[in-house]
Design a protein. Structure first.
Length: 120
């Protein structure tokens, strides 16, 4: 899949569309999901143009990889998710149910999240 620079998260990164920002660093941006599925539902995205977790983990630079995963940890800490625990999820491609073709990790928390896979 080639990267589409008009995808909604690319537009958020360029400031063309607003977001409810919770964290920003050199390599990552985190903001609240527009349709939260848990009391806390935040998306963490890299600033680079990567389509998916597959693309990012295979091709991003060591600095981008480190910067992104440090951001995930910082966001979870900042939102108070660490002690009680949380779920991190990355949908990849059509079987994974990925809707937005810019890599993102969902962070869910604030309640017990139940079994891992839905039936949808
Ligand atoms: P995925 O199915 O993993 O690609 O998830 C995409 C997520 O992006 C969904 O949970 C949407 O609710 C969320 N989303 C779509 N547009 C926006 C937006 N403008 N701001 C915040 N979250 C969004």
């Amino acid at each position: 899949m080639t990267y589409d620079p008009q995808n909604i998260f690319a537009r958020i990164l360029r400031g063309e569309i607003p977001c409810q920002k919770v964290f920003e660093s050199e390599h990552a941006l985190a903001f609240h999901d527009i349709h939260p599925q848990a009391p806390v539902h935040v998306l963490v995205i890299p600033k680079g143009a990567y389509v998916s977790l597959q693309d990012f983990s295979a091709t991003a630079s060591p600095d981008e990889l480190t910067g992104f995963f440090r951001a995930v940890a910082a966001v979870a800490q900042q939102l108070g998710l660490v002690e009680a625990g949380y779920r991190a999820l990355a949908n990849v491609g059509s079987n994974g149910g990925q809707e937005v073709p810019h890599f993102h990790v969902h962070l869910f928390g604030g309640r017990r999240l139940g079994s891992m896979l839905g039936r949808g």
